[in-house]
Design a protein around this ligand. Structure first.
Ligand code: NAD
Length: 430
């Protein structure tokens, strides 16, 4: 099986050659690249808890701290059966890249526990989360490492971990975790942040290529948190969102969908196939004209295709059928390297995940800033500051694309790797 961490290292190698001319001391640059390809520290422990049955069970837990030259490690904690050392190392590397792309003062981290949370009670998950925070306590903190939610974890787990951590250190330290409930110092605007950040990337791209929203068609794969908010903001601005999907299939309306109405129906009925089966509006007008498969959605003749569901959804198989001119990656790693080659050969612009979905970590950064100040920003302020950061990141990447004649992904990596290496050199680490 291919290692995701090997892929992450290859991505760093692939931009090293584009940066050599910036560093006259080639040996020093080579050392910096080698350091960047390994996490600074990987914490591992088997954590045992008492189950409700009275028996005890242990779980493999990890935290990878990739690089903190630009600031404290930052990254989520996931609860998933496939969590492994290889995975947390790769994900922590990508977090370093993302934070550097956004220009926020964090390095990369990622943690996880290998388990299927559906198999455990709330009390068991609470015991496990608190023991995990106890294990991490000496290595995390507002100026060391700032964890956040990830797959199968959320506000609830962050609140439990914060409680255990603060108990251990004997004082309040809310800036140690982000993605907390609002009552415990969470930030307004976090829920929509990732979709909203991606929408700002769309706006920047469209303005650059002199297109106009009303003449731009969009198809979105995945209608969860990220897909919904991206579609919501795009439609509000006048883009024609013609198709959206969930795991049951996609809804298509060439005149443009009503995103809010669709979200309400999905909430009531559960999935798109159920909506199509059951929905008959009072005025006799069908909400959407057709139910199509996810494969058909990927092949629609739209301007912008937005994968917002899972990794590896655009593959060497379906990439040939993609007709969109732009792929705007909201999911993490939705395009395989082989698919990327096919799309680039068809002159498709791929706006990469490490740019498009940084809205989430950026608002996490705002949460940290607010906690350190003991102050709460309004939602309007969060949105304004998010726009400033996303606009700047797009503009900087756009310049590299045109200056170095590389893809948007390569440009993002060039920018990020250079920022991290510069910080390492300034600190005299290499
Ligand atoms: P989510 O679980 O809320 O939504 C996922 C959606 O994808 C659901 O609508 C689901 O039905 C759909 N889906 C699943 N399998 C599918 C398939 N085969 N075809 C089409 N749709 C399918 O998850 P989310 O938080 O919206 O995250 C989506 C992606 O964005 C993930 O890759 C995640 O890692 C990435 N991401 C999320 C955030 C965040 O803040 N939530 C931040 C950065 C990156």
């Amino acid at each position: 099986m291919s290692s995701v961490f090997e892929n992450a290292k290859k991505q760093i190698d692939s931009v090293a050659s584009l940066l050599t001319e910036d560093y006259p001391d080639k040996k020093r640059f080579g050392r910096a690249i080698r350091l960047l390809k390994e996490p600074q520290r990987v914490l591992k422990k088997k954590i045992a808890i008492k189950l409700d049955s009275g028996k005890s069970k242990s779980f493999q837990a990890y935290r990878s701290q990739h690089n903190d030259a630009r600031g404290p490690f930052k990254g989520g904690i996931r609860f998933h059966p496939q969590v492994s050392e290889d995975e947390v190392k790769a994900l922590s590397t990508w977090m370093s890249i993302k934070c550097a792309v956004a220009g926020i003062p964090f390095g990369g981290g990622k943690g996880g526990i290998a388990l299927d949370p559906k198999e455990f009670s709330e009390a068991e998950l609470q015991r496990l989360s608190k023991k995990y925070a106890d294990f991490l306590a000496p290595f995390i903190g507002p100026w060391r490492d700032v964890p956040a939610p990830d797959v199968n974890t959320g506000e609830r787990e962050m609140a439990w971990m914060l409680e255990a951590y603060e108990k251990k250190i004997g004082c309040h330290a809310p800036a140690t975790f982000t993605g907390k409930p609002i009552e415990l110092g969470g930030s307004l605007g976090r829920i929509e942040a990732t979709g909203q950040g991606g929408f700002y990337v769309l706006q920047n791209y469209i303005h650059r290529v002199r297109n106009i929203p009303a003449r731009t068609t969009v198809a979105v794969q995945g209608f969860g948190n990220v897909g919904y908010w991206f579609s919501y903001f795009a439609q509000k601005e006048g883009y024609k969102v013609v198709a959206v999907s969930d795991s049951s299939g996609a809804i298509l309306n060439l005149k443009g969908l009503d995103i809010e109405k669709l979200a309400k129906l999905k909430e009531d009925l559960g999935s798109f196939d159920e909506i199509v089966k059951k929905f008959r509006p009072k005025d006799g007008q069908p909400l959407a004209d057709r139910f199509i498969s996810n494969d058909e959605l990927l092949a629609l003749p739209v301007d912008i295709l937005v994968p917002a569901a899972l990794e590896n959804s655009i593959t060497s198989e379906n990439a040939k059928k993609v007709k969109a001119k732009v792929v705007l990656e909201m999911a993490n790693g939705p395009t395989t390297p082989e698919a990327e080659e096919i799309l680039l050969s068809k002159k498709v612009d791929i706006l990469p995940d490490v740019l498009c979905n940084t809205g989430g970590v950026t608002v996490s950064y705002f949460e940290w800033v607010q906690n350190l100040h003991g102050y709460r920003w309004t939602k309007e302020r969060v949105n304004e500051e998010l726009k400033i950061i996303m606009d700047k990141a797009f503009e900087e990447i756009y310049k590299v694309v045109h200056h170095k004649k590389v893809s948007y992904r390569k440009a993002a990596y060039v920018l990020a790797v250079k920022r991290i290496i510069d910080a390492m050199m300034l600190r005299g680490r290499v």
